[in-house]
Design a protein around this ligand. Structure first.
Ligand code: UDP
Length: 256
């Protein structure tokens, strides 16, 4: 049984169960429990949208792998592939938790509690459109900084220094995996920030530049199919899913 101390709720120390898939502890609670526990302590958190693609990349990336095992990192089961894997290891996650929905809930919380957010990633047009959109959705939200995700190594210090200066409560990084996770891992000790989260294509979706799948498709676990139809180049990226499932199967056999 794997537990991770995720803070206090109403004075009670909560130990949520995790589901162990390969080398990863996947959060096994509801989205509500996740948010409640993150907001009720003073710890710094790196939230990872754990889908098979991200986890497969991490298996071959020592920096990601060691960070993903840290106490400050919470891997949420984002994607039907991880839900299936959790069933295979006979410790089914409580629910699939979409990274984009966690981001929206953190934005809502930040707005209601006068906390600042920093948006890093996507193209300049998209991140500006996102800022405008958020100002409409969450009236009065404190967006303390925005920056597009297309900068080179020589500009990185300038980007990091701006975030250090702004001290955001939440930093959302939308630069695709592994770039966004590597950026967070490389900077999390230097940045005074409560929540850091890699959010992939979420800036494109929330800004209205691309559409998320209809609710009925999300509900039956077919969001990936919608994305392939809309962006066929993604099919190559999704080919990692069968390999991931196979790895989980092999790992399960070894452990039985
Ligand atoms: N992106 C970026 N910098 C880069 C490469 C990508 O800011 O060097 C942005 C890109 O504009 C898009 C997001 O990262 O907004 C890519 O998201 P992707 O579709 O890879 O994420 P997914 O949702 O599949 O995790």
């Amino acid at each position: 049984m794997n537990t991770k101390n995720l803070g206090f709720i109403n004075g009670e120390n909560l130990h949520f169960m995790n589901t162990k898939i390969l080398d990863f502890n996947i959060f096994n609670g509801s989205k509500k429990q996740l948010l409640h526990s993150i907001f009720s302590d003073n710890k710094k958190y790196h939230i990872v949208s754990g889908n098979p693609e991200v986890l497969s990349i991490a298996l071959n990336n020592s920096k990601l792998l060691s960070n993903f095992k840290s106490e400050n990192t919470i891997i949420i089961p984002d994607g039907v592939g991880v839900v299936i894997a959790s069933k295979m290891v006979r410790n089914t996650v409580k629910e699939k938790i979409a990274g984009i929905e966690v981001m929206q809930d953190i934005l809502d919380y930040s707005n209601r509690n006068s906390k600042s957010v920093y948006l890093l990633g996507a193209t300049q047009d998209t991140v500006e459109a996102l800022k405008q959109k958020l100002n409409i959705i969450y009236k009065g939200i404190n967006i303390c900084g925005i920056r597009n995700g297309y900068f080179n190594k020589s500009q990185e210090d300038e980007v990091i220094n701006d975030i250090i200066k702004k001290k955001p409560f939440a930093l959302f990084v939308a630069m695709g995996c592994p770039r966004q996770e590597e950026f967070i891992i490389n900077t999390m000790d230097r940045i005074e920030c409560k929540i850091m989260m890699g959010v992939g294509g979420s800036f494109d979706v929330i800004s209205g530049r691309t559409k998320r799948a209809p609710k009925w498709m999300i509900n039956i676990g077919l969001e990936w199919l919608y994305r392939i139809v809309k962006e066929p180049w993604r099919i190559k990226r999704l080919s990692v899913i069968p390999f991931f499932i196979l790895k989980v199967l092999k790992d399960r056999k070894i452990k039985i």
